[in-house]
Design a protein around this ligand. Structure first.
Ligand code: PEP
Length: 249
């Protein structure tokens, strides 16, 4: 049985006060959920310690990015080792905002995945096509290449700590969501790529991200290859985020 996961990516939003109230509200609600969903909070790195101290056993904590290096003269960076030291379990890697705004290449993403897994953490690896790529009919080819490159160095015993988040770039923060059918088709294609790579594809959790809201989550999560969601905007409102967590079957 694959793990069902809902992860909230706060991006560069929030404050100490928000961390306190939001994590408190989410924790009190999801602690009693019977669907077994694993709920992950991914705040800005400066608030990870605050969130970790409030998360208890009900919530997991992640960081939005780490360096491809483990330590040294890399001003402004944080390492996977530091994330583990602070009590994080997950690291988001390869988010389209990192790829597009900060020039992260597939090669850098692969090196980050290596570091994350090497530190015993879970890597939540984001992939997704742009609107131009989808309109050109290239979506599956683009996403397959991203999966293969990002996960090229995963060792046999490490796959259980890999999660792939399919996030079509045109759906992130736009209010546009892939239809459940289109998202399912891409998830099935990703699972096939993982299988072709020799990974235990049926055991790897695949999440959908891109304008998931309380009113569209259930239809997406009902698809057989969609094991949960990576949530941006809606993760900043406790009621919406909890409702999405409840939508996991
Ligand atoms: C994201 O940031 O990964 C994301 C999916 O954002 P949103 O839910 O706001 O589209």
């Amino acid at each position: 049985m694959r793990r069902r996961i809902v992860a909230g990516n706060w991006k560069m939003n929030g404050s100490k006060d928000l961390a306190k109230s939001l994590v408190g509200d989410v924790r009190s609600e999801v602690g009693s959920l019977a669907n077994g969903v694993e709920v992950v909070i991914i705040p800005p790195a400066l608030y990870v310690a605050d969130v970790a101290s409030l998360a208890g056993v009900d919530l997991k904590v992640g960081v939005q990015n780490v360096s491809q290096w483990s330590s040294g003269a890399y001003t402004g960076e944080v390492s996977a080792e530091m994330a583990a030291d602070l009590g994080c379990q997950y690291v988001l890697v390869g988010h389209s905002e990192r790829r597009q705004l900060f020039g992260e290449t597939d090669d850098v993403i692969a090196r980050k995945v290596e570091r994350i897994l090497g530190c015993g953490l879970f890597a939540m690896v984001c992939v997704g096509e742009t609107l131009e790529e989808r309109d050109a009919g290239d979506a599956e080819v683009v996403v397959a290449a991203q999966v293969r490159k990002a996960l090229a160095a995963v060792e046999p015993g490490q796959w259980e700590r890999v999660v792939v988040a399919y996030e079509p770039v045109w759906a992130i923060g736009t209010g546009k969501t892939a239809t459940a059918g289109d998202a399912q088709a891409m998830h099935a294609a990703i699972r096939k790529v993982l299988c072709d790579m020799g990974a235990p594809a049926e055991e790897i959790s695949l999440l959908y991200g891109g304008s998931v809201k309380a009113d569209n989550a259930a239809a997406l999560f009902a698809e057989p290859d969609i094991d949960g969601g990576l949530i941006g905007g809606a993760s900043l409102v406790a009621e919406d985020f909890v409702s999405i967590c409840r939508s996991v079957p």
